[in-house]
Design a protein around this ligand. Structure first.
Ligand code: UTP
Length: 479
């Protein structure tokens, strides 16, 4: 950037910032060299100042008071597998889902823009190696699921990958280095999500340094707007994609494309459909599906009143038993409607107080030891009450949900690998293969089934030409 253009951009930025009382962002301008000045201006380009200005009073200076809906009821939830009452409906839904996939109307969409701070892995989370025999990374597991879908239904779904500014380039390079895990570059489209600045509790935008704004991703709910502004929605339209199969990068058990789920979404004319699992305990840290004042929505575990969390039905089962696992199908038209410039439908922001490295008034670095800033994020499940005919179906946790969130303990790579191994053993057993079990009740062999080889237990039964003999201590790969 030339000096003259730096100066004119500075003048424009100063005017805009002054209008919204944020001119302190330029406090250290005179101390900066041209590169640092350009970096600060580029950060400012990422910030929607008007949007921020509207949020300062209600969300930053004040802690919003959560207004719980008056009437909270458990929703009706479709079963994971068809019982007698659902047999005909599920058969028809499966046919519709398979047909939509075969016609190329379904795209996979993974959100991978998070910071993964709990896992503490140095790199995009999708590069984290998770499988038992090959140590394949999460992205490979999903890519192979798409290859499995192509094998079964004759059509490879396009894949949209949302990244964040901190991992965008690395993510793309990872796919290139790994030859797209057997997909082609044309099958995969990357785009970056939006960012929000962190705020001082008094409402001022925080600086990360003299020349950088403290920016972070705007939450997985930001994915809907990012689909629109990145041109991904237009790309979907061009390709004839009608249904977007949404999942998160940290769950290696997910079925990125599930024909039955997609078929139910189509059949019920749902704009946004969700999968739920039976909660592990009353206070499990997952969102709760509820009908609140007549609308389906997710109420976070921290917001669900205790008496509802522990409430029981007459037969002793948990009244609010459906936990959200962030697997959805969204209609492309719904995302278009939600994100169009004239849209009046808005998703709320969520406030979190976090430790944000920043600078003091003299420009010296501060590494806080307690929360000093406010971050605002959107959550994807807040789109559910805005959708027509939103539906929820159960899936089995052991079949489809075991996220890698933490470095150790619950929801870590150790539990995800354990669950992948258990599932592989179960599928093999259902295909008539004898799997040795250890005294601890776990499979005594290490088993990996690539989703390119088999997408589910039934698929495995079809795929296995012979029954492998498995001994304790064996390492078995079906790929
Ligand atoms: P999490 O809520 O687990 O957050 O994201 P995270 O950033 O990955 O991890 P922590 O909380 O820092 O440890 C769930 C999913 O949503 C995506 C993540 O990449 C993950 O797939 N996500 C989250 C985004 O894509 N963007 C965001 O802004 C936040």
């Amino acid at each position: 950037m030339t000096m003259a253009s730096l100066q004119s951009k500075y003048d424009a930025a100063r005017a805009n910032l002054t209008q919204v009382g944020q001119e302190h962002v330029l406090t250290f301008w005179a101390d900066l060299d041209d590169t640092a000045k350009a970096a600060l201006l580029a950060d400012l380009d990422q910030v929607d100042l008007k949007r921020c200005a509207a949020l300062v009073e209600p969300m930053v200076r004040n802690r919003p008071v959560l207004e719980l809906p008056h009437d909270i009821q458990p929703p009706e939830i479709l079963p994971a597998e068809a019982d007698a009452a659902h047999a005909a409906m599920y058969a028809e839904a499966l046919r519709l889902g398979e047909q939509a996939i075969a016609k190329g109307q379904v795209a996979a969409f993974v959100v991978a823009g998070g910071q993964g701070s709990r896992l503490g892995y140095d790199g995009p989370k999708g590069a984290y190696q998770v499988t038992l025999v090959r140590n394949a990374p999460l992205f490979q597991v999903f890519a192979e699921a798409l290859l499995g879908i192509e094998r079964r239904y004759g059509r490879r779904p396009p894949w949209y990958v949302m990244t964040g500014p901190a991992n965008h380039e690395e993510t793309q390079a990872f796919f290139t280095e790994n030859k797209y895990f057997g997909l082609s570059a044309d099958d995969v489209r990357f785009f970056m999500q939006g960012q929000m600045p962190a705020f001082h509790p008094d409402g001022r935008i925080m600086l990360a340094s003299k020349s950088r704004i403290a920016l972070s991703p705007d939450g997985h709910g930001g994915s809907l707007r990012a689909l629109s502004v990145s041109g991904a929605l237009d790309d979907m339209k061009r390709r004839g994609v009608e249904h977007i199969s949404y999942f998160q990068v940290d769950n290696p058990l997910v079925r990125p494309i599930d024909p039955l789920f997609i078929g139910l979404h189509i059949m019920k004319r749902s704009e946004m459909s969700s999968k739920a699992v039976t909660k592990a305990d009353d206070k499990e840290r997952v969102g709760n599906f509820c009908i609140a004042d007549g609308k389906l929505m997710v109420i976070e575990y921290s917001d669900l009143p205790d008496e509802l969390a522990v409430a029981r039905n007459a037969d002793g089962t948990r009244r609010f038993d459906a936990g959200s696992i962030a697997i959805h199908v969204l209609s492309r038209a719904f995302v278009e409607r939600l994100t169009s410039e004239t849209a009046t439908l808005h998703m709320p922001w969520h406030r979190a107080e976090k430790k944000v490295p920043t600078v003091n008034d003299q420009g010296n670095a501060i590494d806080p030891d307690k929360p000093n800033g406010v971050k605002l994020e959107m959550f994807v499940f807040d789109a559910i009450p805005l959708a027509e005919n939103a539906l929820v179906m159960y899936t089995r946790r052991e079949e489809e949900f075991s996220p890698v969130k933490n470095a150790t303990g619950v929801d870590s790579a150790v539990t995800a690998r354990r669950d992948l191994n258990r599932r592989a053993a179960r599928w093999l057993a259902s295909a008539g293969v004898e799997v040795p079990m250890g005294e601890d009740g776990e499979p005594a062999a290490t088993i990996e089934i690539s989703p390119a080889f088999a997408l589910d237990a039934e698929d495995l039964r079809r795929q296995l030409k012979s029954k492998p003999a498995i001994k304790a201590g064996d390492s078995v790969l079906l790929a």
